[in-house]
Design a protein. Sequence first.
Length: 361
Amino acid sequence: MRIFAATSRYVQGAGALDQLGEHCRPLGSSAFVITDADMATLLGARVVASFEAAQLASAIKVFPGEITAPAIAELAARAREFGAQMIVGLGGGKALDTAKGVALALGARSVSVPTIASNDGPASAAIAVYDEHHIMQDILHLPRNPELVLVDTQVIANAPVRFLRAGIGDAISKKFEAQACAAAGATTLLGTHASLTGLMAADACYTIIRQHAVGAVRAVERNEVNDDLEALVEATVLLSTISFENGGLSLAHALARGFSYLDRARGTLHGDHVAYGLLVQLMMEKRDQAFILELCGFFREVGLPTRLADFGLDKPSSKEIRELAEKSMVSPSAARFAPPVNADQLEVAILQVEAFSNDVA
C-alpha cells in the first residue's frame, strides 16, 4: 500500500497575505486566528481586513507562547464559543502547531500562514506538543494536512534572516533522510514505506536549495523578495514537507530531538539542529569525506552550524556529547536507519564531526 499526503492548496507570493480571506472562503464562514502578540500587532489589521473583504467572520487570539496540551484545550474552548469553522495559525512554528492542535480538538479546517520560513511545519499534519520547559511530550497528527498554506514572501523577507537559515537546515537533510528510510525499509509517519514521489520531492528539494539558498539569504539580508527566495521558500515550506511525510525522517532529525535536552543550546533553532544532525548522519553512513567537506563549505556560506561551538557549546564536555547521543536515541527517527545504531555509535560520529569541522574551520 502507498499513501500520498500533501496540503490541498498552497499559495505563495509577495502580498499574498491580503488574499487570505479570499482563499479561505471555500473552507467556511468563520475563522479563528491564533497568533503571537508581535504578529497580532504587525499583521492583525491586514488579516482582519482580508476576511472582511471576503465577507467572513474572524477573531484573533494571542496564544500563551508554548505549545502545551492545556494551551490547546483553552484555545479550543474559545474557538468553540466563537463558532469557528476554520482555525488559522499566523506566525512561527509554535503558533502554527497550536492552531493545528486546536483544529484537531474541534474537528475544524486547518489553515497555516507562516511569517517565517524556519521549518516545514506549516504544510505538515504533524503537531509537536511540548511542556512548559520546551521538552517535546508528544507528536499529534491532523487527519489530513492543512487545507490551505499561504506564504507571503515579503513577510518572510522582512523576518530575521536566521529563521530562513534554519529553514534551509531543516529542509536540506530530507534527501538523505528519505534515502536512509528507504534503505532501512522503514515506514514514514503515514505508516507506509517511502514512496517514489517522496524520494523525488526530497531530491528536488535538495537541488533547489543548493541552487538558490545563497541568493535567497542575501535577498532576506536586504529585506527583498527575488526569484531565489521564491524558489527557496517553495522548497523549504512545501517540498520539504512532501519529502518527509512521504519519504521519512532519520538520524538528522533524531539529533534535533537530542539538542532540546542540552542546557547550553537553549534558544537555538530546530533547523540548525537538523543541519548539524545531517553531518552526523553522513558520518554514520561513511560518506565520502570530500562531499562532507564541500557540504560544510556550503553550510558556512549560508550561515548554518558545522560544530557544537556554533550553538554556544564552546569546548563541549564529554558529558554533553554523551547526553546528545543518548537523548537522540529517544526519537523514533533514530530507528529509521540501517544497520541499527546505538548511543555509543552516535557519540563516535558526533566526535568525528567535531574533529572534522574544527580541522577545516
